[in-house]
Ligand binder design. Structure first.
Ligand SMILES: O=P(O)(O)O[C@H]1O[C@H](CO)[C@@H](O)[C@H]1O
Ligand SMILES: O=c1cc[nH]c(=O)[nH]1
Length: 306
């Protein structure tokens, strides 16, 4: 970090923002981290950043991955939520793995991903890989099916993430890392008790009308309209819908960070709208993408990172 500001060189870095050089300190407000802390000492060993919608899921993923990679916490040391003071996201660190909740929707995922990218920069992490471990609704695949996103599009079927910036639309390509997708698919084990498929993911801005649901408080379209829409999506290779993939894909791509989205389907939307699966089954289903991602981490962990 130069003495005057928070910056180190930005030439081949994750961030592209000259204004960071005007900051004497940078507060990653939603993570309750800032550059007055020794972020390099705390996070420079991070190689895998895993995100998912809920705090409990990301805590249990952290505990699971600790087992899988044989990470030992010092005796009596409890795994703590690093971002607890901010009372927004939950962040757990298990050696080279960060497990962070992202809440629901692109805006929440966007805030988190922006701050995680800056964290990687300040901590001088080397080639981190990001994952979104989520749930989704699928088109034509039963609940419990794991879906790897080959590509992602917004609700207008554009493979980009567009937000208003200074009153004008600002569009970024939402592209996931194709090499990482192939590596994940290579880790599918025929003995797994779940099916894995891949295709394009539609990232909706809404759970109800935005995903063609008839069961919200308002609905201006018919069941026929809904089914026509779902079959139109299916005809374009879109196999699932969720609500964070485009912000996640666009921002990680802009940072030059490899990223992948792996979700489990909670419902085949061709058969209905309501998620009625019992909690214990949903909990088991939610572990399935975690198995695949943990397998990747275990395989790619350098021995020195244990
Ligand atoms: O289970 P998570 O990862 O939150 O993802 C899905 O679940 C939420 C909707 O129920 C949305 O956030 C959607 O993207
Ligand atoms: O149908 C679903 C299920 C989970 N998440 C979504 O966004 N949609």
């Amino acid at each position: 970090m130069c003495s005057r500001c928070v910056c180190s060189s930005q030439d081949d870095s994750f961030v592209k923002n000259p204004h960071l050089c005007d900051l004497k300190e940078d507060h990653l407000y939603h993570l309750s981290l800032n550059t007055n802390m020794d972020l390099e000492e705390m996070f420079s060993d991070v190689k895998f950043v895993c995100t998912g919608g809920t705090a409990n899921r990301m805590r249990s993923f952290a505990e699971y991955v600790a087992q899988e990679i044989g990470h030992q916490f010092p005796t009596g040391v409890q795994m703590k939520n690093i971002s607890a003071p901010a009372d927004r996201y939950s962040m757990y660190k298990v050696g080279p793995v960060l497990s962070v909740s992202h809440g629901m929707g692109n805006p929440s995922m966007g805030i988190l991903t922006n701050e995680l990218i800056k964290l990687m920069y300040y901590a001088k992490c080397k080639d981190p890989i990001f994952f979104r471990i989520g749930t989704c609704g699928s088109i034509g695949h039963e609940g419990g099916t794991v879906i790897i996103s080959d590509d992602c599009c917004d609700g207008f079927l554009k493979t980009s993430y567009t937000i208003p910036v200074l009153g004008k639309p600002f569009e970024r390509r939402a592209q996931l890392d194709q090499g990482l997708i192939i590596e994940l698919k290579d880790l599918i084990d025929k003995n797994d008790n779940f099916k894995v498929v891949s295709g394009t993911t539609m990232c909706a801005e809404d759970f109800y009308e935005g995903q063609g649901r008839l069961d919200g408080p308002f609905c201006k379209f018919s069941e026929e309209d809904k089914m026509q829409f779902l079959y139109r999506l299916s005809g374009k290779g879109i196999i699932n819908m969720e609500m964070e993939s485009t912000a996640f894909a666009a921002l990680t791509k802009a940072a030059g960070i490899k990223a992948s989205v792996v979700c489990v389907s909670l419902i085949n939307r061709l058969k209905g709208d309501q998620v009625t699966t019992p909690k214990n089954v949903l909990d088991e289903w939610q572990k399935r993408p975690q198995v695949l991602v943990a397998r990747y981490i275990k395989k790619n962990l350098c021995c020195s990172c244990k």
